[in-house]
Design a protein around this ligand. Sequence first.
Ligand SMILES: Cc1ncc(COP(=O)(O)O)c(C=O)c1O
Length: 389
Amino acid sequence: MSKRFSTAAQNLIGQPMFRMLSKIEDLEKQGKQILHFELGDPDFPTPTNISEAAIKSIREGNTHYVNSMGIRELREAAQLTTKLSRGFEPSIDQVLVTPGANYIIFLAISTLVNPGEEVIIPDPGFPTYTSAANFVGAETVFVPVHEKNNFRLSPDDLESKITNKTRLLIINSPANPTGSVMTKEELLEVAKIADRKNLYLLTDEVYSRLIFDSEKSFFSPSTLDECKERTIIINGLSKAFSMTGWRIGIAIGPSEVITKMGLVVETLSSCTPPFCQIAGLEAINGDQSGLVKMKKEYFDRKNILVEGLNDINGISCVDPGGAMYVFPNIKETGMTSDEFSEYVLGKIGIGVLPGNNFGANGEGYIRMCYSTSQKNIKEALSRLKILFK
Ligand SMILES: Cc1ncc(COP(=O)(O)O)c(C=O)c1O
């Protein structure tokens, strides 16, 4: 039978990093030792208190369907955390638990944007924004973020992209792939633009707990409307708590938007696994020492990596304010992002991602995730130094 796909399926791009991962896995199967900097997956085990809470929950029989909006205890914990971290307490019907934060991107775009309407996306940016927009037939409009501005998105640049077809603005601070952190003033300005232009604002805050300056410096543009009018927060437990495989995302938004998004969860997944939600509850309410330790380790690794990269011929690297990535400029090596990534993988066994996996403006850069030991980081730096001497 000749294959005929829907337009939506033809437009799908997924997450390009998973393709690099399978290339690296093939090399490893052939016996090659690879130092991993490609995937944004923490190398720490999930803290024991969190895993134990899930195991106990399974033993107690929490292995059945639950409310598709999420279990009440976790939604209440999200209400309280939002109050403590962002200064306002959403109502329970403004909170939705999802199978991972990635899901929320699709939920928001699919419930708010019609085919042909525009979604504004940072470039470089997390690939799911583009993939989900393409899937629903929305038009993607990219705002370049620039190295000279430490990769922070400029509110003026964002505003210049708005047309009468714009429906949704997406921002991400701290950002993947650059680690940039927008200032409070910039974030407030974006919130005011969304308000002035009557647009929805999707603010991806999955790295909010991974800011290196101080926890106090995290600011959410949601404080302007308290997620009552137009702001939808994407949050999740994957990164800060090393829980990528548990698939817990938490969305906060206007109650009528959250209700619609919940119906999509119900349609696609029925609900989020209850024992994973109990693990999430422990992550939020339980002992935070695991998080504190991981964050300190990320900070130390980031410092070693940035300093080392800036000492290599042809490479320069901005010191990022958060997340778990660096986004070094490799233009002076004379290679493209793809060439550089293939070269370091083949020659010295280092897995990185080409910056153009995150958008056209990422060309000339690579992304390195430092979810690997200080020993591996130092080893990678010394191999790079020899290769580019
Ligand atoms: C900016 C950003 N948003 C969302 C996600 C999705 O996270 P989750 O594992 O919760 O689906 C990621 C994961 O890499 C990310 O970097």
